[in-house]
Design a protein around this ligand. Structure first.
Ligand code: EPU
Length: 416
C-alpha cells in the first residue's frame, strides 16, 4: 500500500491546474445509462472512483473508452441491471446507477451501501423518492431491488438535503411519465452540472441550483457532449494548503464562483485572495488566524472542506471551533492531527482547535478521502518528516496530488 512521505516547512509557490470535479463526474458517468447513444465527456479526472464507476458501468454492459480526460460511454447494449456488492462496498456513489437503471430498464438491483468511515449514510431518501414515482422497492439479500414498468412524475420532499439523492431522483425523473417536483433539493454546483449534462441529452429540467427542481419526463434521451465542471474541493484543498504553509499560489481552470464559503473563510484566516472567471490567486504572508467553521449544504461551508480547515486551524493564532452538521463521524482526522502535536478537543459534533506554534512530523494514517487531504496539509507545515499511510484514500478523489504539490515546491514523495 502506497504512503506519502512529506518533508514539511516549505512555503508553497507556483501554479496548478484544477482537475474536473469528482462529485460531478460520478453522477454524469452514471447518466450515460439513460440513453442508447454515446455520451462524450471532457475534463473527467483520473481518479480511483472514476475507475470504479467505469468498471461498474462496464459490468452493466456499457461500452466505455477513455482517452486522457475524455471518456466516451455508450449504453446501447446494457445486459445487466445489477450493481454488485464488491464494487458498491468500495464506493458508495455506486448508488447513482439506481435511478437511471429503473427509469430506462424498469428494474435495478443495487447492493445496499452500508456504513462507511464518515458515518451511517443511509439511502432511504433515494428509495422514498423512487417509491413516490411508482417504483416497488424491496430489500433482498442486501440488495435494493427496484421495479417499475414506467416511473411516473411525482412531488417528492426529501427529509434532509441529500446530494446524490437529489441526483438519483433527477435522473430517474427525466424518463418518467409526467412532471416530477423535487422539493428540498440539494443546490450543490455538481447537481447543476449534472442537470446541464442531462439537458444536453434532451432532458427537460428547471430549477437546478435552487431547492425546487422541476423535471418534465420525456420518452427518450439521446447522445450528447459535456465538459465536467472544475473540482471546487480540490481547488479549496490547495488553497487551504497554501494558507497553512504560507506562500503564493495560482489555480487555473478553477470555478471561484462556486467557492464563496471557502474563499470567505480563507480570507478571514488572513489570506489575500484575487479571482478571475476561471482562476484564483492566494497569498499568505503571516501566521493564519483561527476561524470558526460550521458545515452546511451548499451554499454553506462544505463538509468536504472541513478536515482541511481543521488542519489550517491547528497552526493558527487563536482558537477555532469546527461544527460538523452533515456527517456524524467525520472527525477521524482529529486523532491523527494530534499525533502531529495538534491541540484538539472533540465533544459530539464540535471540535475545538487551539492553534499551536508548530506541528512536528510523525507517522499518521489516512481514514477517508478528505481526512487524508487534511493530513497532507498538516504534514506540509509540520517540522521534519511525516509519513501518511493508506494514501489510497487520497487517490480516490485527488488527481496527481503529489505532482501538483511538487509543482508548488512541496517536498512530497510517494513510497510503495
Ligand atoms: N442521508 C440520509 N438518507 C439518505 C441520503 C442522505 O439520511 O437517503 C443523510 C446522510 O447520511 C448525511 C446527509 O443526509 O448525513 C447528507 O448526505 P448526502 O446524501 O448529501 O451525501 P452523499 O450524496 O452521499 C455527497 C458527496 C460527498 C459529500 C456529501 C455532502 C458525492 C459522490 N458524494 O455524498 O462527498 O460529502 O454529498 O456534501 O457527490 C467526498 O467527496 O469526499 C464526499 C464524501
Amino acid at each position: 500500500m502506497d504512503k506519502f512521505r512529506i518533508l514539511g516547512g516549505a512555503p508553497l509557490a507556483g501554479r496548478v491546474e484544477v482537475s474536473g470535479a469528482k462529485n460531478a463526474a460520478l453522477p454524469i458517468l452514471c447518466a450515460a445509462l439513460l440513453a442508447p447513444e454515446a455520451l462524450v465527456l471532457e475534463n473527467v479526472p483520473q481518479l480511483q472512483d472514476v475507475g470504479t464507476t467505469l468498471r461498474l458501468l462496464g459490468r452493466l454492459g456499457v461500452k466505455t473508452a477513455r482517452e486522457g480526460a475524455r471518456v466516451t460511454l455508450e449504453a446501447a447494449a446494457v445486459d445487466s441491471v445489477e450493481a454488485p456488492y464488491d464494487l458498491v462496498k468500495t464506493m458508495r456513489a455506486s448508488i447513482l446507477v439506481l435511478g437511471p437503471l429503473v427509469a430506462r430498464f424498469g428494474e435495478a438491483r443495487v447492493s445496499l451501501p452500508g456504513g462507511c468511515a464518515i458515518g451511517q449514510r443511509p439511502v432511504d431518501q433515494h428509495i422514498k423518492g423512487l417509491q413516490a414515482m411508482g417504483a416497488s422497492i424491496e430489500i433482498e439479500h442486501g440488495y435494493v431491488v427496484a421495479k417499475a414498468s414506467r416511473l411516473r412524475g411525482a412531488r417528492v420532499v426529501t427529509d434532509m438535503v441529500t446530494v446524490t439523492g437529489t441526483e438519483n431522483l433527477m435522473m430517474a425523473a427525466t424518463l418518467a411519465d409526467g412532471e416530477t417536483v423535487i422539493e428540498n433539493a440539494a443546490r450543490e454546483p455538481e447537481v447543476v452540472d449534472l442537470a446541464a449534462a442531462l439537458v444536453a441529452m434532451g432532458a427537460r429540467i428547471e430549477g437546478a441550483g435552487s431547492d425546487r427542481i422541476v423535471v418534465r419526463g420525456v420518452e427518450r434521451l439521446h447522445g450528447a457532449r459535456h465538459r465536467v465542471m472544475a473540482d471546487r474541493i480540490e481547488a479549496g484543498t490547495f488553497l487551504a494548503a497554501a494558507a497553512a504553509a504560507g506562500g503564493e499560489i495560482t489555480l487555473t481552470g478553477a470555478l471561484p464562483d462556486a467557492m464563496d464559503a471557502t474563499l470567505d473563510k480563507l480570507r478571514e484566516a488572513g489570506a489575500v485572495i484575487e479571482t478571475g472567471a476561471d482562476w484564483i490567486r492566494l497569498a499568505m504572508r503571516a501566521r493564519p488566524r483561527a476561524v470558526n467553521v460550521r458545515t452546511a449544504p451548499y451554499p454553506g461551508f462544505a463538509t468536504d472542506m472541513q478536515a482541511q480547515l481543521m488542519a489550517l486551524n491547528t497552526v493558527a493564532e487563536g482558537t477555532g471551533v469546527i461544527t460538523e452538521t452533515i456527517f456524524e463521524n467525520r472527525f477521524m482526522h482529529a486523532l491523527e492531527l494530534q499525533r502531529l502535536g495538534a491541540d484538539i478537543t472533540i465533544e459530539g459534533n464540535t471540535a475545538v482547535v487551539r492553534g499551536v506554534p508548530r506541528l512536528s512530523g510523525a507517522t499518521v494514517m489516512a481514514t477517508d478521502l478528505r481526512a487524508s487531504a487534511g493530513l497532507v496539509i498538516a504534514a506540509l507545515v509540520a517540522e521534519g518528516e511525516t509519513v501518511i499511510e493508506r494514501i489510497y484514500h487520497l487517490d480516490r478523489g485527488y488527481e496527481g496530488m503529489e505532482r501538483k504539490l511538487a509543482a508548488l515546491g512541496a517536498r512530497v514523495e510517494r513510497v510503495s
